[in-house]
Design a protein around this ligand. Structure first.
Ligand SMILES: Nc1ncnc2c1ncn2[C@@H]1O[C@H](COP(=O)(O)OP(=O)(O)OP(=O)(O)O)[C@@H](O)[C@H]1O
Ligand SMILES: [Mg+2]
Length: 384
């Protein structure tokens, strides 16, 4: 058994260096070494303004066997850099600003691999929450809800990482809603599922300016890869170790993959509107879920979108008909949602301060815990 692992930090960014020193001290089982020429168990190296020089330096360290393990960190997230990091054999790649939980769980993993049983209990691996946004019908606003829940969660400030994935398996609209042009999509995941690890997966996601990581659906039919329930399960499991929240736009499909997502989700936001066909559809979906045994009633929360107090069907009538409480209402605001879609921006950016933007902030504060709602939220997740 080893007593502690030596870590060498080659980091120019003062804030990142300080943060890493704190996380390493907190983790226990590691000691930072200032010995510049000797070998170390773990090297954490920053890729800054001159990536070529940094990768050359790394290659020379590796050829001299001076670092058993390497983690890289950078402000840059171009796929070229991520691919080079992967090829260089880096075990982890932390995008700056670095996430404490991401670094802690990487350190924990390293300790486990090195057989240290003395690790302190406080360094727990991340177990991200999966929120499945499920449309009870087409066009009720599922993508609007998924996109704005993901971006609002990130805006809360107390959550470090959020991923948004599109399960409308062909021609999903998330890149359009966020004005993005992602290099990779689901096909890349399905093709490489057997060799996915956090570093590689991170290079497949595209980071949006809001801070969320996005995995879009394919824009053309792929004939050489198959997105199965097993692929989805494996992907989500890995993602739970990397992100605090994973928000999924599931559309309205009921198939093998969407059933798997419903099964493994911590929370299903069932999106509907106050119309008779929609209420009938929600009832049928509830009956189906009860028949297959998941998701359980308490994990499914009904969100009524486009809510207008003057609608023909009142909330009370809807609740009586569904025999369920309506968990949340999102106000009707066609102009704001249309501008958000057309400009490819979240509602908080397009219509910050509006009732609809506030509704998303309050909903995510409830789910993600901030300020006063935190206590209720703890109880809420505790129940699930
Ligand atoms: N709260 C709202 N108030 C008014 N209009 C809304 C609201 N939410 C969404 N919409 C509008 O409804 C339309 C459909 O929205 P969206 O694409 O999010 O729905 P969807 O359920 O994902 O659709 P699809 O079934 O095509 O995937 C858009 O034009 C959007 O502007
Ligand atoms: Mg949609």
């Amino acid at each position: 058994m080893i007593s502690s692992l030596s870590v060498k930090l080659e980091i120019n960014d003062t804030k990142t260096k300080q943060q890493l020193e704190e996380i390493i001290a907190q983790a226990g089982g590691f000691r930072i070494t200032g010995n510049n020429n000797g070998a170390c168990d773990l090297l954490i190296l920053e890729i800054a303004d001159e990536p070529d020089a940094a990768f050359r330096h790394l290659a020379s360290i590796q050829s001299a066997n001076l670092a058993k393990h390497v983690f890289l960190t950078s402000k840059r997230t171009e796929s070229d850099i991520l691919i080079r990091a992967l090829k260089a054999g880096a075990k982890e790649f932390f995008t700056q600003p670095i996430s404490t939980t991401e670094v802690s769980s990487a350190l924990l993993k390293l300790l486990e691999q090195n057989g240290d049983r003395t690790k302190p209990a406080r360094v727990e691996p991340r177990q991200g929450k999966i929120i499945d946004v499920f449309g009870s019908k087409g066009g009720v606003g599922t993508t609007t809800v998924a996109v704005n829940v993901a971006t609002s969660l990130m805006e809360l400030g107390n959550i470090q990482s959020v991923a948004l994935i599109d399960m409308n398996l062909l021609f999903g609209e998330i890149p359009l809603f966020l004005n993005m042009d992602p290099a990779f999509d689901w096909v890349e995941v399905a093709r490489n599922i057997s060799r996915l690890d956090p570093t590689y997966l991170m290079s497949i996601f595209t980071k949006h300016s809001s801070g969320i990581h996005v995995l879009p659906s394919p824009s053309k039919i792929a004939t050489d890869s198959f997105i199965s329930a097993e692929v989805v399960e494996q992907l989500l499991k890995l993602m739970q170790s990397m992100f605090d929240y994973i928000v999924i736009d599931s559309g309205q499909a009921i198939d093998d993959t969407s059933m798997k997502i419903l099964e493994v989700s911590d929370l299903v936001l069932m999106v509907g509107v106050l119309s008779l066909p929609c209420l009938i559809k929600i009832k049928r979906l509830q009956e189906t879920f009860r028949m297959v045994g998941f998701p359980r009633d308490e994990n499914v929360k009904i969100v009524m979108n486009r809510y207008n107090k003057k609608s023909d069907i009142s909330l009370k009538e809807a609740e009586e008909s569904l025999k369920r409480t309506i968990f949340w209402t999102i106000p009707n605001n066609y102009q704001a949602t249309m501008s958000a879609i057309n400009q490819g921006k979240p509602l908080s950016v397009i219509a910050g301060g509006s009732e609809i933007a506030k509704s998303f902030t309050d909903l995510t504060a409830f789910l993600g815990g901030s300020g006063e709602i935190k206590k209720e939220k703890r109880a809420f997740w505790g129940l699930i």
